[in-house]
Design a protein around this ligand. Sequence first.
Ligand code: NAD
Ligand code: UFG
Length: 336
Amino acid sequence: MSLLITGGTGYIGSHTVVELLQLGKDIIIVDNLSNSSTLVLDRVKAITGKTVTFIKADICDEAALDTVFKEHDIEAVVHFAGLKAVGESNDLPLSYYQNNVSGSVTLFQVMAKHGVKNLVFSSSATVYGENNPSPLDETMPTSATNPYGQTKLMVEHVLFDLARSDSEWSIACLRYFNPIGAHESGTIGENPNGVPNNLLPYVAQVAVGRLPQLQVFGDDYDTPDGTGVRDYIHVVDLAIGHVRALESLTKIKGCKAINIGTGNGTSVLEIVNTFKEISGQEINYKVVPRRAGDIGTVYADASLANTLLGWQATRNLNTMITDTWRWQSQNPNGFE
Ligand code: NAD
Ligand code: UFG
């Protein structure tokens, strides 16, 4: 039996594939390479000594997915494939709805047709919207403030309805907080196209000399130092969260939304100062006005993942930043 990993050559997918290969799992990756490269597969092999079956295909392509399910004996799917840039989603909403919503529905239809009803889906803390106080827990109301967030929320709704319609489905919607870090080998990590939107890849590129200066978006939030607070989680802890979710699917009847975070908040300036200390590099920054759509404080109540999946994060901020820096300094131009 095999596991199908959509988006498996991407940032979180590749780290999850490493953990699964190390457990001896047989892996099939479907990815259209819109935001990744097959170079990652050589790195995954270097870490694990194992190979995967790679299929270049789009999740919107029903015929291609049908062939994958016909030709392989798939027991469960981990569904990472999707577009993820909040700003871009405001400019290209149709691409986001097509890829993230239509593509997901197509995947679920093909899964249902082939009787594969075990699924782990990449959701996001963005579904908590702007109005809930942290710590955020899974019982809180959900909402979205941009097309990207809407797509995550819509797919969650699709999955809750699907599980209600057919009791054979076991689905974990993992709501990730802020994934950072890289594999401890320094051979795989986050490799954003163009100028990064997210804090950590931006700071790392300033440290390595690719970008001149970080802009800190606002220092007038109601937080200890005035800068935004987030729940950063090591990508390997997140990957292990997927392993635990797959192992727990037999216990999960229906569809469950589960936070994957550490439960701790860290400010932008704490990140900058820790990065500076660990890398020994100056991080040139200036404070600018708040970024539209940002909120001051976001962190998880991570207790449900512990109860339901037996999972909790174990890597601290120093490890997250040490591993980010190892990846960035060993691969200043990413995988190229
Ligand atoms: P990523 O861009 O590195 O990986 C996504 C992968 O999906 C890429 O390899 C891309 O080529 C592939 N892909 C995109 N559209 C596809 C399609 N239509 N068909 C086939 N493949 C397709 O992103 P990531 O950071 O690894 O994120 C993985 C998932 O986790 C995404 O669904 C994302 O929305 C979600 N997520 C990410 C974060 C984060 O901060 N990184 C936070 C919350 C949720
Ligand atoms: N920030 C800066 N400068 C930058 C980038 C970010 O000061 O150049 C600050 C932000 O204002 C925020 C913090 O750093 O306070 C983290 O910002 P990120 O862009 O790294 O992450 P967000 O929390 O804004 O967004 C992330 C994911 C989204 C997801 C959201 C909610 O990127 O996909 O978490 O889960 F929707």
